[in-house]
Design a protein. Structure first.
Length: 669
């Protein structure tokens, strides 16, 4: 960002274009706060330009486009009541209270009206108002009136409502036409682009959905219109192409086509079953991770799926996470013949986290500094009572398996162990073909009431994680205010094959649970001291990581992960026995190999197994049988002919061991 510190007090032009004729600047950052271009700054202010292609600039563009959408809806349907319209990842939405759901025809009319509003070049003008003034001006907007009542950041406010009300002053944005007349208004904190002209033509409306007001099923159901907005038409087209590619790679679609997993209605929403081929891939993932963990000094443990409520009361999950837990199961209750309770039962809960049980393993006996660091690992299945509307294939489920690790360290070991953890995580993810990483360091901010623990702890633990992140050489973003209330953390993000960012592993520093459970170790000086706990989930959850890999590879898994690694295809039935001998030798070598003895013609067999993403097809006819060879065919249609059988088998074994992606003949060279 460019420093725009003025020599004297100045008010920037309302439309911003005189100051920034290239129209790349949409807002200002004044002393760290985002402001409209039409704002007054002083010589003492730190002022930076916010460009439209920056993350903040894109959010402002999208929020302004949401306002254009809302104005267009009320032009087309004047009776529509306004909900909220925040920017979201890659786009925006706006909620409306309407008598009838929107139709595709409605969207066409709304789109045309939005185009008119953009051409009109209306200015976004900010006004500070009192609560009473806002109520008077928005008397016909019941949802806005409710938000005014929630001013101050109430915990009951709707997700996304912070774009309209907060703890500070209340503001309304007027849309002012070229004659200076206010043609529309909305309750909003801003900032916005200077003019609707800057919204341009790089936007589109994408879909309609239902949404409960403030996210509660007890409230009215509204109609939500989603859209996307980009600085240029070309960027919009590129985004739409990415969406098309993402739709082809959707793990739910591929999971069905490749027969990997399903969600039977008889079992329930958000609970998956794994089919044989999906089970093979998952098993390979887990076995490889287990081998690497054991090599890295981790010890695997096993814990039950349920526990008495006392455990989750002590861990505080029943206070801070109750809504995410399934209702209790009453056990051990006894009744007499008349149905009278003679012994009260105990409430048990399905576990939402593995950490309390790992803590009990640590606490089972006395620990010395010589026992630390202690690295416990588990593929532990946990259960979370997700709302049905939030479920999404394998990436958001109600029952999932975390590749959970908890490390118990001394304060002096924190930095070295965190370094070791991060290096291990990155190395493991590279094993699975991911190699584009960046880090986020979540820290506390200056609002002291939000955090527990001493200043000294926060300083040394944050500095330790910062040192670890910087030493990694990866791009690092520091995010004040996003730490857990008890400690800082590092989040690792990766990009997949089509450029989407996924958050995967987390390294979380936690002195809180050791304190709550009274964990101790005896130090060198004989004194009892408190260990620090590091939470670390490498994949996050096995289900979600599987979905990410499935989409990353578009179903064409590397040879070592593929459920069927090699399929034999005889040119004619008379060569099936010859190929069967080769397939048998591959199986004896541990290769997942099959022979296609179906009645289909050879070309159809090739098409079938190519569609099923089998990495290697071995084909044999008379020339191969006579010479003791086979021919390789790969996913891209390339072929290598006349490979001696012993060489073919050793080549396949080497390719599996090296974890390479085999899609072409060149991959095996």
């Amino acid at each position: 960002m460019t420093d725009l510190r003025p020599a004297e007090d100045v008010s920037f032009p309302a439309d911003g274009f005189a100051l920034f004729p290239d129209r790349s600047v949409v807002a200002l950052r004044v002393n760290g706060e985002l402001k409209d271009l039409a704002t007054t700054v002083t010589a003492a202010d730190e002022v930076e330009a916010v460009t439209i292609d920056s993350p903040d600039g894109l959010s402002i563009l999208r929020h302004s486009t949401a306002h254009v959408l809302a104005q267009a809806v009320q032009r087309v349907s004047p009776q529509a009541n306004l909900g909220i319209g925040p920017p979201i990842t890659d786009g925006f939405y706006y909620d409306f209270g309407v008598d009838e759901p929107f139709t595709p025809e409605d969207l066409k009319a709304i789109k045309k009206e939005m185009e008119r509003i953009v051409r009109e070049g209306q200015r976004f003008v900010r006004r500070v108002v009192s609560d009473d003034e806002a109520r008077a001006e928005l008397a016909d907007e019941p949802f806005k009136l409710e938000l005014i009542g929630l001013k101050g950041g109430s915990k009951d406010a709707a997700e996304g409502a912070s774009v309209e009300v907060g703890a500070g002053e209340l503001t309304i944005y007027d849309n002012v036409d070229r004659e200076g007349t206010t043609v529309w208004k909305d309750l909003c904190r801003g900032p916005h682009v200077p003019s609707t002209r800057m919204v341009g033509n790089g936007w589109a409306l994408t879909r309609i959905a239902g949404a409960y007001w403030r996210g509660s099923e007890k409230n009215p159901q509204l109609q939500r219109i989603y859209g996307t907005a980009w600085p240029t038409k070309d960027e919009l087209r590129a985004y739409q192409e990415r969406l098309e590619e993402a739709a082809k790679r959707d793990h739910r679609k591929l999971g069905k086509e490749l027969d990997l997993f399903s969600f039977p209605d008889e079992i329930g929403s958000g609970l998956s079953v794994w089919h044989p081929k999906g089970g093979i891939i998952r098993g390979e993932m887990e076995q490889h991770a287990r081998r690497r963990h054991v090599e890295g000094g981790y010890t695997y443990v096993y814990t039950p799926h349920i526990s008495k409520e006392d455990l989750f009361l002590q861990s505080n999950h029943l206070v801070t996470y109750r809504e995410g837990m399934f209702p209790p199961i009453r056990m051990d209750e006894e009744v007499d013949a008349e149905g009278r309770v003679t012994k009260n039962g105990t409430d048990y809960y399905l576990k939402p986290m593995n950490c309390p049980m790992h803590i009990l393993i640590y606490k089972e006996r006395g620990r010395s500094y010589r026992d630390l660091p202690m690295r416990l690992a588990e593929n532990g299945t946990v259960y979370r009572n997700e709302l049905s509307g939030a479920l999404h294939g394998l990436t958001r489920v109600r029952g999932f398996t975390q590749d959970d690790s908890h490390l118990f360290v001394t304060p002096e070991q924190l930095e070295s162990e965190a370094t070791r953890v991060l290096e291990f995580v990155i190395s493991m993810l590279r094993d699975f073909g991911l190699d584009d990483f960046e880090l986020e360091l979540s820290m506390r901010d200056d609002e002291k009431s939000k955090w527990i623990g001493s200043e000294e702890f926060w300083e040394y633990s944050t500095n330790a994680l910062r040192n670890v992140a910087v030493a990694s050489g990866l791009k690092l973003t520091e995010v004040p205010g996003e730490a857990a209330f008890y400690g800082p953390k590092i989040d690792l993000k990766t990009k997949d094959a089509i450029g989407r960012t996924w958050q995967l592993s987390t390294v979380q520093v936690d002195p809180n649970l050791p304190e709550r459970f009274g964990l101790e170790y005896t130090d060198r000086d004989g004194q009892k001291k408190r260990p620090i706990m590091i939470h670390r989930a490498l994949f996050g959850s096995i289900e979600r990581f599987f979905a990410i890999l499935l989409e990353h590879y578009a179903g064409a898994f590397p040879l070592w992960l593929a459920p069927v690694q090699v399929v034999g295809i005889p040119v004619a039935e008379e060569y099936a026995d010859y190929l069967d001998d080769v397939i048998t030798r591959l199986r004896q070598a541990g290769v997942r190999a099959e022979l296609d003895r179906s009645d289909d013609r050879m070309q159809k067999k090739i098409r079938t197994h190519t569609t099923m993403k089998v990495p290697v097809q071995l084909i044999a006819g008379e020339a191969d049988r006579s010479a003791g060879t086979v021919s390789f065919r790969f996913r891209d249609g390339s072929q290598t002919n006349g490979v001696p059988i012993d060489e073919a088998i050793s080549t396949i074994e080497r390719a599996i061991a090296s974890h390479i992606q085999v899609s072409t003949a060149e991959d095996l060279v």
